[in-house]
Design a protein around this ligand. Structure first.
Ligand code: URA
Length: 249
């Protein structure tokens, strides 16, 4: 609508004016101005602007661009966008599949039962949730906790890439089939991918079983513990003497 376009142009012009005036205390990059210029156009359906490896932007910038995303059909049923949480300078990023009901309500990743197990896994490798970064392949909850569909993954993956490029971690732990396949462009099952490192844009990616799968198959914790020991050894951390999560079922 013409009126909408006028408002959008006004917002963009005003932000540009503030930026040129050197006003501090807010983040207005070229990317924001580009994103605003796509509002109200046909590109609005998927507002993810292309960001190349090497481009630098903050997580706050990416979150601002993501706000009220309508890039795929999950926007119609979500309560909250679940962007990610933790250390923006993390050396290690955990990537899950997508928010469940608890995460959708809280707007935070991995806060339900699977999240509590993930917390134990992180603590078993001598780290805390605050030291790592945790996010998902899709940022909005798939209804009935179904797997995200290929069009949803494709629409959301650019946001994850931007997050990873902003954080620049050395390691990514891909939790479960959906995360491993999406990051590694593989069709292999997680059982065939876990336990060894792959490359994603120069970052070492270690796939392992998803904590929700471990809740249903506690015997698989032993394999995840092996993967975490490999991760600790490779990251140069001291191994836990008395891990809490693995053998206790
Ligand atoms: N499962 C996921 O993959 N991600 C979450 O955030 C929670 C559960």
């Amino acid at each position: 609508m013409a009126t909408d376009r006028n408002i959008i142009t006004d917002i963009s012009d005003y932000l540009q004016f503030l930026k040129e005036a050197g006003v501090s205390g807010f983040d207005c990059s070229e990317q924001t101005l580009k994103t605003i210029s796509t509002w109200g156009t046909s590109q609005q359906k998927n507002p993810t602007p292309p960001v190349e490896p090497g481009d630098s932007e903050s997580l706050a910038q990416i979150l601002a661009d993501l706000s009220d995303c309508r890039g795929c059909k999950l926007c119609g049923t979500r309560r909250n966008i679940v962007f990610g949480s933790g250390n923006p300078d993390a050396k290690l990023v955990f990537v899950g599949e997508g928010p469940g009901n608890d995460e959708d309500m809280a707007g935070e990743p991995f806060v339900g039962k699977a999240g509590q197990l993930l917390t134990k896994i992180i603590e078993a490798i001598q780290l805390s949730r605050d030291q790592v970064y945790i996010c998902n392949i899709v940022k909005c909850r798939p209804p009935e906790n179904r797997n995200p569909e290929p069009d949803e993954i494709n629409a959301c993956l650019p946001w994850l890439k931007r997050q990873i490029r902003a954080i620049q971690p050395e390691y990514i732990c891909a939790l479960g089939t959906v995360a491993a396949r999406a990051l590694l462009h593989s069709q292999a099952p997680i059982s065939g991918l876990r336990g060894r490192f792959f490359d994603f844009e120069g970052i070492r990616v270690l796939p392992t079983f998803h904590p929700a799968y471990l809740l249903r198959n506690p015997d698989k914790k032993r394999e995840v513990w092996k993967d975490m020991q490999l991760l600790m050894k490779t990251m140069g951390a001291e191994g836990s003497q008395e891990p809490v999560f693995p053998p206790k079922g």
